[in-house]
Design a binder for this molecule. Structure first.
Ligand code: HEC
Length: 107
């Protein structure tokens, strides 16, 4: 096989690996910390990820994860029962779960 083609194939393999890994670890955070109250596309105790993704930006979602108590009124909720994950999750985990939530936009 041509060397350049082989290199290109290898590169696209690496890209797909890292893409898959980042979705996977977002899903891991979801299963460990959010699943009891949120489901992907159906409403549970809290709104579904597809609902959240359809109306919130990345910054809003990250803000809510860290500080629901200072954002629930602005988001139109009468009260908040969601715990803050500011001390539980690393910034990396927050980025990954936010990407995971936004992957349900339109689903
Ligand atoms: C104990 C249950 C519970 C857990 C655990 C929980 N949530 Fe929530 N979440 C809620 C409820 C209920 C709401 C609705 C408003 C409120 O109570 O703050 C909400 C609201 C939200 C919102 C804003 C929704 C909107 O658009 O109005 C986001 C974003 C969110 N949760 C993300 C997460 C993420 C990410 C996790 C996991 C790291 C998580 N939640 C874990 C119960 C929970």
């Amino acid at each position: 096989m041509n060397k350049i083609i082989r290199k290109l194939l290898y590169l696209s393999f690496l890209v797909s690996l890292s893409y898959g890994a980042s979705l996977d670890s977002g899903e891991k955070v979801f299963r460990a910390y959010c699943w009891g109250c949120h489901h992907e596309t159906s409403v549970a105790f809290g709104p579904s990820f597809s609902q959240i993704a359809s109306k919130r930006t990345k910054g809003e979602i990250q803000g809510y994860i860290v500080a629901p108590k200072s954002m629930f009124e602005q988001f139109g909720h009468k009260r908040t029962v969601m715990p803050s994950f500011g001390d539980t999750l690393t910034q990396d985990e927050i980025n990954k779960i936010t990407k995971f939530i936004l992957s349900f936009k339109g689903k």
